[in-house]
Design a protein around this ligand. Sequence first.
Ligand code: PEP
Length: 254
Amino acid sequence: MQKIIAANWKMFKTRPQAAQTAAELALALRTGTPKGRLAVVFAPFTDIAVVADAVAGVDGLAVGGQNFYPEDQGAFTGEISPAMLRDAGAQWLLTGHSERRHVFGETDALVARKTAYGLEKGFKVMLCVGETLEEREAGRLGEVLGRQLRSALEPLAADARAQLAGNFAIAYEPVWAIGTGRVAGPAEVLDAHAVTRGILAEILGATARELPILYGGSVKPDNAGALVDLDNVDGLLVGGASLEAKSFLQILGA
Ligand code: PEP
């Protein structure tokens, strides 16, 4: 399976800053991405067009939106639609990120609506799942991942399920490892990814084997290689260390 290394720029970078980083990525990747990997940059709304312009024509480098509202248009002040993101140059959408769930109160139901809507509109969707420290310590990893995956995937109709391979990825991101510098250990990652793959198989059958499961949470150039080589780890979602082109490129090639 092609490994996906995704950058989540969160709420960082003005347009000139985004243009600079994207230009550095485009220059470094003009002859292709290392090991045939796919790079995806989830940029802030205002940076998407700038990044898409800077990386146009670079094979293996795609642009995504970090958030959206699941309607085409309408009276939804402050929101942005997938159609608008497509117009700006996004091909990917992120759903279920822990900051959306925990800082902005997005429920499993809203994450499910967004996931289904993004897929229906022809985007590639990356759904983030992960447990809090409290949930992990209470032995609830499987229950939490099961709830997050089932609520998003079980409602999908047969035709949507048939389109998942090639258009859908999961990012397992333990909440306690995001932005904290505390990366999950290999045993924790192996276990959580195996649990995730098992739940996907229960919901989707054989398709589960074709869906990439990325790890995210304090990935840095010095730990990326060991993480990306683990069983069932089909890529990485990188926050802080994706902001500088140099460190993101190191992770991409790790
Ligand atoms: C993220 O934003 O998805 C993330 C994993 O952040 P960080 O790499 O900074 O922990």
